[in-house]
Design a protein around this ligand. Sequence first.
Ligand code: SAM
Length: 230
Amino acid sequence: MINSSLDKRLLSCADYVRAGAVFADIGTDHGYLPLFLLKSGRIERAYLSDVNPGPLSSAEHNVRAEGFSDKCEFILTDGARALAGKGITDYAICGMGGELISRIIEDAPHLRASGIRLILQPMTKQEHLRRYLASVGFCVIDERFSEDSGKYYVTLLAEYTGECRDISDGEAELGAEVTHERDRVEYLGFLDGKLKAARKALNGKKAGGYDTSADEETIARIEERIAANK
Ligand SMILES: C[S@@+](CC[C@H](N)C(=O)[O-])C[C@H]1O[C@@H](n2cnc3c(N)ncnc32)[C@H](O)[C@@H]1O
């Protein structure tokens, strides 16, 4: 594990980047993640891309200020399609919604290749992203949970296997059915947030006289996960 001033959410993404990787950060914004990896010596070169010119020039400014301009390429583009053919091994697509991350992967067929790592950090709709990945043949090989300023985040490490599958509601909403030894506290915090949201939804439906059986199932699933990880 590498140490630094990165926030804990981005640190959990950085930890998945392999030493010596050819790295690309899609939606780089300020360029904090590639800069951290370059400064730590984990990687030698990085591609920084963003669909918006403002964030990309902010990244360019930060990289120049730290003296890494000769190790970086800046690409103004939507998603990852324009990064094909550059020998990139590790892609980060972080800090976006799960639907947008899914769309970016869908639009870049070159990501469906063995040896490529996708480091994905959905801010919302992680269940959509997990379902999408499984349905098109990506396998989530590891996942981390992190907490920063009272908010909980999930980071997925995915690789293409070509084995397409449907996943259960529990796996889509709560991740793989494993105990999270490393991030137990963060995972329990994440589950607690899910539980509160599910109870709120149930109470709202009850008050309106609607069917709550699906919400009750969701709550039972979350409670089971909490019990298994305590
Ligand atoms: C909230 S920031 C996240 C920055 C950084 N990746 C992180 O996790 O802290 C989202 C960034 O993604 C960029 N972005 C949004 N849609 C994009 C797309 N389709 N392709 C590339 N970048 C995109 C935005 O311009 C913005 O800079």
